[in-house]
Ligand binder design. Structure first.
Ligand code: TXA
Ligand code: MG
Length: 318
């Protein structure tokens, strides 16, 4: 088991060296914590799959330190994708682009596209810069949870999820709680119109306002593989119910203006939608920690990030 390190500059330098040597580094991002490996090292990437218990044909997002690095990993980048990158990176957005030679099948799941993201989190950016300074090209990182489970938003949650699968040469960098709390918006950029494959904090309106093009939503029978599109995902052990009906002893998650039903255990009372996203996974974990069997959730209404929250709630509830 690797120990949690505090992410001083010296820790980050050691972690970057470890990545280059083929070890794994779990690190904070503003969305959720990632489990990183050198994206050009098939053996190291292979370990991500075994630690997560994830099927090997699921593609991984490559994290890079700046927009300039996009040209290493992708070709034929549409103008609207460049605009999105300029506007929202560093930030909670992943672009799916036509891959370059550098993006091998073990990263893309054999597809012709690669997912790229510049995260907006100081420890993540420092790690990426250090890794690139040493000659690295990008860090492949899925969320640092076991396959199908809830994404971790703190270092302690990473330790709980996968700590026992990490070795003494691996690192777990602590950067505090993730500010966004749900995974990045994934936008397919391989056709004329951008396609939202996973909603997130970069919302449809934000995308449309910046590129003057209305994005489309992915349909479930799309041929693009996105593991978050499986029927259950992001799921705690407790059963998630989005009916709003509770029985005594159930966990309860709703906006703060909605009172706790009699006998229910309040797991989160966010004041607004951003806080809802930030607290959601921690609330799921708290339910499992307390051994609750059911979590009753009142989903937020409206567009924007509310849509992303409902997406995760629907996935979690199966
Ligand atoms: O916020 C995030 O995106 C976090 C942090 C760590 O960056 N990462 C994350 O990775 O959520 P992961 O692997 O847990 O979810 C990424 C999703 C997966 O469902 C994967 O199948 C999809 O993105 N994906 C990655 N590359 C893809 C590609 N080339 N084409 C289609 N889908 C892709
Ligand atoms: Mg994930």
């Amino acid at each position: 088991m690797s120990k949690i390190s505090t992410s001083t500059q010296s820790d980050i330098e050691k972690a970057a060296k470890a990545l280059l040597a083929g070890s794994l580094v779990a690190f904070p991002t503003e969305t959720v914590y990632g489990l990183g490996a050198d994206a050009t090292n098939s053996k190291a990437v292979g370990r991500i799959y075994s630690v997560k218990g994830r099927p090997v044909d699921h593609p991984l997002i490559v994290h890079i330190s700046s927009i300039q690095q996009i040209y290493k990993w992708a070709v034929d980048i549409p103008e609207y994708a460049k605009k999105l990158a300029n506007k929202f990176w560093p930030g909670p957005m992943t672009l799916i682009l036509k891959r370059s030679e550098l993006a091998k099948d073990f990263i893309t799941g054999g597809q012709n596209n690669v997912g790229l993201r510049v995260p907006a989190q100081p420890v993540a950016l420092a790690l990426l810069k250090e890794f690139e300074k040493l000659g690295g090209s990008g860090i492949a990182a899925p969320s640092a949870n076991r396959f199908g489970a809830v994404s971790p938003t703190t270092a302690a949650a990473v330790q709980e999820e996968i700590g026992k699968y990490l070795g003494p040469k691996d690192f777990l960098l602590d950067g505090g709680a993730s500010l966004v709390g749900i995974e990045s918006t994934i936008i397919g950029c391989t056709s004329e119109i951008p396609l939202i494959l996973r909603p997130g904090a970069i919302t449809t309106d934000m995308i449309q306002a910046s590129i003057k093009l209305a994005p489309k939503f992915n349909s479930l029978n799309s041929s693009i593989r996105v593991s978050g599109m499986l029927p259950t995902h992001y799921a705690p052990n407790a059963k998630v119910k989005i009916t709003g009906i509770t029985k005594p002893g159930d966990g309860f998650i709703a906006l703060s203006n909605i009172p706790t039903p009699d006998g229910a255990v309040r797991l989160a009372a966010p004041n607004d939608l951003d806080e809802y996203a930030k607290l959601l996974y921690t609330a799921f974990r708290a339910a499992d920690f307390h051994g609750l069997t059911t979590i009753s959730v009142i989903p937020p209404k409206g567009d924007g990030i509310a849509l992303a929250i409902r997406d995760r709630l629907i996935k979690a509830s199966g």
